[in-house]
Design a protein around this ligand. Sequence first.
Ligand code: SAM
Length: 219
Amino acid sequence: MSLRTGQLSPHLHAYLLAHTSPADPVLRELADETARLFPAVAGLQIGHEQGVFMTLLARIAGARNAVEVGTFTGYSAICLARGLAAGGRLLCCDISEEWTAVARRYWRRAGLDDRIELRLGPAIGTLRALPPGPSLDLAFIDADKPGYVGYWDEIVPRLRPGGIVLADNTLFHGRVIDPADTDASVQGIRDFNDHVLADDRVELVLLPVGDGLTLARKK
Ligand SMILES: C[S@@+](CC[C@H](N)C(=O)[O-])C[C@H]1O[C@@H](n2cnc3c(N)ncnc32)[C@H](O)[C@@H]1O
């Protein structure tokens, strides 16, 4: 979630967008329709620059087998699926029939419906049902924040060496450093950030992209 990279003035953000590969009509219309249909929660969607970053990262990594935890109306899934190598597959996990119905429409429009599979239901169950071996090249975590540690613990053993995990909202609007903030989502992100830092199976960086994007690589 989070539509634009934090810490930037609106002018500087506009400059950043003007110097990033532009969105195509499918992504633009998906963002517009999401804002029209679900105005109160449209900010759940990742921002444009983050989407471009994720496409490039998937492409640079040569990722073929990917999973997304938290799909909403499908914007980040399009960005990831577009970066996958030929024959690549993206498994999307979500619990909302309503939001993912929009996603399915746009995946068809983007010509990606043959490479994206959606599984509806709590993501922890979907992840646990995946084969236990290290077959994943890339994972993106962007669902309920108290669930992040559990998702991480299911994903990392299934990542091949060199595989990548991205986790969104890891700065949580700056609220992670306010000790008076005891919100469950904020605490979920703090727990996640501490948990992954202590995990010696990976090397990682917390990037100030969007609302904070942790990028981890399995050793
Ligand atoms: C921040 S939004 C995802 C945004 C999406 N990545 C994008 O860029 O458009 C979080 C999503 O997680 C889903 N979600 C929440 N709890 C979940 C759970 N336990 N299992 C699977 N999905 C869940 C919500 O339905 C919502 O669509």
